[in-house]
Design a binder for this molecule. Structure first.
Ligand code: EPZ
Length: 435
């Protein structure tokens, strides 16, 4: 089978302006939320990444109409939805397919959905999703890897989340939008994409209050109508470019973003001595001093430091002299890519499954490496841009799940980057490859 690799010659300072795409993690939820709408939804600012193409295929398989109609615009019409079953390889590939549980349950009171897949960083349970559905009156069971959920009717209730979960918060919101009465989600996730999904549903006629706080209140409505909506900019793509700019000692204006979403990262970069200049819809990241300062970072649910920026940030910390500690508080096993950074000359030890200790200050050197998951792939790109010499990055399918026109955008900033066919696959990939 043909695969592709990215080849990057490191050492170039990134300079110029980059326009950030629509948020992948918001768009995937908004597209699935369209299942609840009896009418045509026009969704703008949707990134052309493989997770989105996969979802569009699944939505079509339910008997709905869904397609890109412009560069970044998707039209979806689920008025004639025919099936409550979202199953198959495409569903198992992506985590966002868990949203089919809430959306199909909300619309048809019945859902059969393959257990969702996604990047591998330990157990990815759905107990909080099912707990929420149960509170609304639904029964569920899991049979041969398929989650079956049914309800005679859905009636609002209070759902206390045991963990702060983006997926469960959105899923319960989807199930509750057309339920009878009021649903209250306590300990809700506050991520920007949770707010975006609530805004989308409200613009189609839903009644959701409090998204972006710990408590979300959803008063059920009879029906949602069609309309237009534009997805927010991608916080994680923006963060990746901000880190890449800092990592290469560059000067980059990261455009088309919501600076408020970037505050936890901007604060850490400033702590390290990186220049940050904020505008209404952009942030300039630039070098202020030749050496970066060490710092410790802990990932947390929003507004804390995002776990999805942990891999690129850890990569940046290899450049700062001294010992930095990265603590991962969201996922149980999100440091699998550290071995790849160490192959490039980093000194990172894993003290525990949730703590990486970086002895920073030595220069990374190009090497053949694997993208172990989406954001780990982004970390490899940042590492390659910082490194001396040439780095080859394999397993690009992970990076392609979430970064639109990654090479093109980096090239415009001056990066020496290209994509080539790999045939045959190198031996090391056969052992160090995908999970
Ligand atoms: C979303 O995943 C994102 N994915 C992830 O981004 C992101 O890492 C994560 O939120 C945290 O911010 C999408 O939005 C599609 P969670 P999600 O439910 O919703 C535990 C990327 O790289 N938990 O907030 O699956 C869980 O084990 C991806 O773009 C339960 O215990 O994450 C984890 O420790 C990767 N029970 C924590 O909650 C549940 O029922 C947070 O998970 C659900 C989750």
């Amino acid at each position: 089978m043909n695969d592709e690799k990215m080849v990057i010659l490191g050492g170039v300072r990134l300079r110029g302006e980059v326009k950030i795409s629509g948020a992948k993690n918001s768009a995937v939820a908004v597209l699935v939320a369209s299942i609840l709408v009896n009418g045509k939804c026009v969704i703008e600012n949707v990134p052309r990444v493989s997770d989105i193409y996969n979802l569009i295929g699944i939505i079509k398989s339910l008997g709905c109409e869904a397609d890109f109609v412009g560069d970044d615009t998707v039209e979806i019409d689920c008025s004639e939805i025919k099936s409550y079953k979202a199953t198959g390889a495409a569903v198992r590939k992506i985590r966002a397919s868990s949203y089919f549980m809430g959306a199909l349950l909300g619309r048809l009171h019945k859902a059969s959905v393959d257990l969702p897949g996604g990047c591998d960083f330990g157990v990815r349970p759905i107990d909080q999703h099912l707990k929420g559905f149960k509170a609304l009156g639904a029964d569920s069971d899991i049979e041969y890897g398929v989650v079956n959920i049914t309800a005679d009717k859905l009636v609002g209730d209070t759902v206390y989340m045991d963990v702060v979960s983006v997926g469960a918060t959105i899923d319960v919101m989807l199930a509750a939008v057309l339920a009878e009465g009021m649903t209250v989600i306590e300990s809700a996730a506050k991520e920007p994409h949770v707010v975006d999904v609530a805004n989308f549903l409200n613009s189609m006629g839903a009644n959701i209050r409090g998204a972006g706080t710990d408590v979300i209140k959803i008063r059920g409505v009879k029906e949602l109508h069609g309309g237009s909506f534009s997805v927010i900019p991608d916080q994680i793509e923006a963060g990746t470019f901000m880190i890449a700019a800092a990592a290469t000692g560059g000067d980059v204006l990261v455009n088309n973003i919501i600076p408020k979403h970037m505050e936890s990262l901007s604060a850490k970069l400033e702590e390290m001595g990186v220049g940050i200049e904020e505008f209404d819809e952009a942030i300039r990241v630039f070098v202020k001093q030749p050496e970066l300062r060490r710092c410790n970072v802990k990932t947390q649910p929003y507004p804390g430091f995002p776990t999805d920026l942990q891999p690129p940030m850890l990569t940046l910390l290899t450049k700062a002299k001294g010992t930095s500690i990265m603590t991962e508080n969201v996922w149980e096993n999100r440091f699998q890519y550290v071995s790849e950074l160490n192959r490039m000359g980093a000194y990172i030890s894993l003290e525990d499954s949730d703590e990486a200790v970086v002895e920073g200050g030595s220069k990374l050197v190009g090497a053949p490496v694997c993208a172990k998951d989406l954001r780990a792939g982004a970390a490899m790109v940042v590492a390659a841009l910082m490194a001396d010499g040439v780095t080859e990055i394999y397993n690009l399918k992970y990076i392609d799940r979430g970064y639109e026109n990654f090479e093109k955008k980096l090239k415009k900033l001056g990066a020496q980057i290209t994509r080539r066919c790999v045939n045959p696959m190198p031996d090391f990939l056969k052992t160090a490859g995908e999970k």
